[in-house]
Design a protein around this ligand. Sequence first.
Ligand SMILES: [Zn+2]
Length: 192
Amino acid sequence: MAKLYFYYSAMNAGKSTVLLQSAHNYQERGMRVLLLTASIDDRFETGQIASRIGISAEASLFDSNTDLITLVKDENQPKALSCILIDEAQFLTKEQVYDLSEVVDKLRIPVLAFGIRTDFQGELFEGSKALLAWSDKLIELKTVCHCGSKATMVIRLNAQGIPVKEGAQVEIGGNDRYLSVCRKHFKEAVRD
Ligand SMILES: [Zn+2]
């Protein structure tokens, strides 16, 4: 049975590495996969999924207006897709996550979505919220805080290295950096 999988984590837990390894496992058996990543920056026409350990692959782009069912149906011929892998899945809309469940249930293609669970204010991203609710399987990818505890939260640092407490959920083209931390250090960082 095809399933909808959600691999979630904080930042820098190796999501793209796991995604690209999974894609490779299908491809080396001669199977076709569809790779998707979010178009949060419109400077790029073709997408790329890059892992920090140095591997990368081209990917199709989605934004909040992309009709994923039509896209998948178009890509599903002449040779059928064996799997769909989505990076930056936190940026999916609730409706797109529903459509992905349709891809699984009606087209019977497994979907592996990879995303960050919460933003720098500790709130669920729309795509992650829907995926946590609708996926068949939830898989946590782990990374560690500077203190050695499991990092489950993300803080945003401005150019001066000061934690940012307010602002848009997604900062495009800025100099902000993100750091994965445990809940205790998240609370200390965002405390007034
Ligand atoms: Zn910590």
